[in-house]
Design a protein around this ligand. Structure first.
Ligand code: IPE
Ligand code: IPE
Ligand code: MG
Ligand code: MG
Length: 279
């Protein structure tokens, strides 16, 4: 499935006219990534006994938004990181203008991707575009990025850390679960939304933990939290408490999952894999 997501992304970019921007886009996509967000959309659909293959293109829209968020997150004005997915970041390999433009383009074209779906009805497309715009935008992921930067060098209590993470990471992961539910089982969307937001928070705490416990080689990205004096779950609570939070969120998610009536365990297997992630 991961390979199909990647080939769908590359197919879309191949249509672009030859330019440095196209080269940068292909470089960014080919560098890799877990593709967690589109995998959530597709696994969730499959769990309801629906063939996910015809939804690959629409699922990749969320990966395009995620890629844009990483490219801008790495910029000198943000986290100023030089390594992502084991290769130099876009502004290092190309330049800052290219990184800004590529982010702008990936975000914008993500919405176009949704409109192109042959599988979705128009009313579904409108709802998905609204969902993506809301969770990515000024009161979603972007707001989280603002809070994250504003918290640099400051103390932050647990509630504030949760607020940052639910936005900068949680909102897009929540959107992935909601998108899958909108397609496969709209009556379950709220329940998946809650699970997604919780998993997004868990994902960010894991990210903070891995930043300390894993090596740059394992993570394939620069580790800048300490240098930038970031307020993270580990810097504010310590490793032990951060890990305990991961466990308690995972328990709550597992409990919520039992309330859903699924035909296949695909999405549960993916959630378990994320819980066990080492990079
Ligand atoms: C990294 O996300 C940034 C966060 C939101 C924590 P991922 O771990 O999903 O990024 P990939 O797998 O490298 O694309
Ligand atoms: C990234 O958060 C969140 C977004 C890109 C929205 P971080 O800055 O903590 O993640 P990494 O460590 O650069 O992947
Ligand atoms: Mg950041
Ligand atoms: Mg970063």
């Amino acid at each position: 499935m991961k390979l199909l997501i990647e080939s769908s992304l590359i197919q879309f970019l191949d249509r672009l006219p030859e330019s440095t921007l196209k080269a940068a886009a292909l470089y960014a996509v080919k560098a890799g990534g877990k593709r967690f967000r589109p995998l959530v959309v597709l696994s969730l659909i499959e769990s309801y006994g629906i063939d996910p293959l015809t939804y690959i293109d629409v699922a990749t829209s969320i990966e395009m938004i995620h890629l844009y968020s990483l490219i801008h997150d790495d910029l000198p004005a943000m986290d100023d990181d030089g390594l992502r997915h084991g290769v130099p970041t876009i502004h290092k390999q190309f330049d800052e203008a290219m990184a800004i433009l590529l982010g702008d383009g990936l975000l914008t074209n993500a919405f176009e991707r949704v409109t192109e779906s042959k599988q979705l009805q128009d009313h579904q497309k409108v709802k998905i575009i609204q969902l993506l715009a809301n969770r990515a935008g000024l009161n979603g992921m972007v707001y989280g990025q603002l809070l994250d930067i504003e918290a640099e060098g400051k103390q932050a209590d647990v509630e504030h850390l949760k607020l940052i993470s639910r936005h900068k990471t949680g909102k897009l992961i929540e959107a992935s679960f909601r998108m899958g539910a909108m397609i496969a089982s709209p009556q379950d969307e709220e329940r998946w939304g809650k699970i997604g937001l919780n998993l997004g928070l868990m994902f960010q705490i894991q990210d903070d933990v891995l930043e300390i416990t894993a090596t740059e080689k394992e993570l394939q990205k620069s580790k800048s939290d300490v240098a930038l004096n970031k307020a993270t779950f580990v810097s504010q609570l310590g490793l032990k408490k951060a890990k305990a939070m991961i466990e308690s969120i995972y328990e709550e998610v597992k409990k919520d999952l039992t309330t859903l009536n699924l035909k296949k365990p695909t999405i549960i297997e993916l959630i378990n894999k994320i819980y066990d992630r080492r990079y």
